[in-house]
Design a protein around this ligand. Sequence first.
Ligand SMILES: Cc1ncc(COP(=O)(O)O)c(C=O)c1O
Length: 347
Amino acid sequence: MNREYVDLRSDTVTRPSAAMRAEMARAEVGDDVYREDPTVNRLQEVVAELLAKEAGLFMPSGTMSNQVAVRAACRGGEAICEADAHTFHYEMAAAAARSGIQLVPVAGTRGVLTWADVEGAIRPVADYFPRTGLICLENTHNRAGGTIFPVDVMADVAVKARARGIPVHLDGARLWNASVATGTPLAAYAASADSVSVCFSKGLGAPVGSCLCGSREFVEEAIMVRRSFGGAMRQAGILAAAALYAVEHNVERLGDDHRRARTLAEGLADIPAFSVDVPETNIVMVDVTDDAFTAPALAGLLEKEGVSLHALGPRRLRAVTHLELDDADIERALNAFEGAVARLRSS
Ligand SMILES: Cc1ncc(COP(=O)(O)O)c(C=O)c1O
């Protein structure tokens, strides 16, 4: 590994550690299509228990997990989601393409949808309207900057959605982060959703995999949908072993990522060229307020200095902390930012 290189693009860039690889090599496996992979079965039970759901289903990716949930859970032609949701932006219009379901994006506040936001988007019952069949929430919220959907706001949406007979799906790719940051158990968040997807490859260091949890009946349906999407796997225990290792060893340490994100944000806020949101978890959103340069120009220069991050637009940068970064990397990144800003201003 090149220790001089600081990769702040995403918490998905981590590589499995030697200890994780050892668990993968040791994993007992079987054919998971026959439900005979003991390691996959154990992972599914462990995660379902953490989320206090009846059952879990190992998935190759967070995208497939969300899309299987949308297909299996949606009871109508439309699913409501937050306007910046991953499901809306980054899943290739799959709800429409794969399942004939139209996503209805509703603008929330920092990724949070209140019942007041959701209610206005629910279709009245009429012969000429599609039926609202699902509400999708995201916690933590990626595009909003790793923001936490408060557990009581989720509960309010869930109670009122249930009263209207509309199920709730939670994209909890980074629900671990919300739980560690607030001290709220995963199950308390999951209680407000009929289906929950969590990922092992974002922040937890596993190379691949997600788990979709819900009622036994829902998971039976999801097994068939996953198969139809090409996501049924065979000796997937090798991957499930990495996920089990990740859940056992890499959840509590997310607090370190949150602390480093705050240190990075505070350091950047001291540079007059930026306006920085206080990070709630491991994602730092930085707005370039200096007219002398753009976010892509800065990202390009930083890349040459060995610091990699995404420009999300002409004035916005995103930096994400993860388990391959230490305090010295954050220091190095801050120094590179200062140097790059000075160079751009003087050019
Ligand atoms: C909130 C959220 N949901 C779902 C996904 C999709 O996960 P995957 O890349 O495993 O398909 C991501 C990916 O970053 C994400 O941030």
